[in-house]
Design a protein around this ligand. Structure first.
Ligand SMILES: N[C@@H](CCC(=O)N[C@@H](CS)C(=O)NCC(=O)O)C(=O)O
Length: 200
């Protein structure tokens, strides 16, 4: 399998952490690129031109991160990250969706903030910030549901919170979300987290 990714993408980090948790890391050839660079190869296999994208040994290109993670969950002998059915499955999928939504808002806000003077929309940036804050509030109110065996929901929420620290370090979220902060600290000690710390 080949994984196209960047070392600063929280969605790619989610895939890498899932691979490490499932002990599949050694089966993945890593191809680091910038999805923003002209002519980069990811657009040849993923029409959206985004990372992460995984090309399986059969030559099938898979995207986006939840699909890749579920693919990695479909083989190997380690405990599954996607609960097979019932309430635990829907909780894990919803946690993953909440984390991805928070990331989409964070990334939209940052991209907007980097547009040239005169092209930036303050209202749009505020809308994204409101969304991030609502997602954080929902995570805090359900922090006790982050306990138990590791799931894709936990990994996704970890990557989203870590991305806040990475890109918005001057906007601390921990003081107002103490239960989430405690869970985040504990989860940060996992090998999969320690070996995927983001960098530009
Ligand atoms: N929903 C996608 C989001 C992937 C995504 O937004 N990737 C960003 C990097 S963090 C990207 O490749 N952006 C390039 C672009 O938008 O052209 C997933 O879960 O994989």
């Amino acid at each position: 399998m080949k994984l196209y990714y960047t070392t600063n993408s929280p969605f790619a980090r989610k895939v890498l952490m899932a691979a490490i948790e499932r002990k599949l890391n050694g089966s993945i050839e890593r191809i680091i690129l910038s999805p923003w660079a002209e002519g980069n190869p990811v657009a040849e296999v993923n029409p959206a031109g985004k990372v992460p994208t995984l090309v399986t040994d059969d030559g099938l290109a898979l995207y986006d991160s939840p699909v890749i993670c579920e693919y990695l969950d479909s083989f190997g002998s380690q405990p599954r990250l996607f609960p097979p059915n019932g309430a635990m499955r829907w909780l894990a999928l919803r946690q993953n969706a909440l984390a991805d939504a928070m990331l989409d808002a964070m990334i939209a806000r940052r991209l907007e903030s980097r547009r040239p003077d005169g092209e930036r929309s303050k209202g749009w940036m505020e809308r994204q910030l409101t969304s991030v804050n609502r997602c954080l509030g929902a995570m805090e109110s359900e922090a006790e549901k982050l306990s138990g065996a590791v799931t894709i929901g936990q990994i996704a929420i970890f990557c989203a919170l870590a991305h806040l620290d990475f890109r918005f370090a001057d906007e601390p979220w921990k003081p107002q979300h103490p239960k989430l902060a405690k869970w985040f600290k504990d989860f940060s000690a996992r090998d999969s987290a320690q070996s995927t710390i983001p960098h530009d």
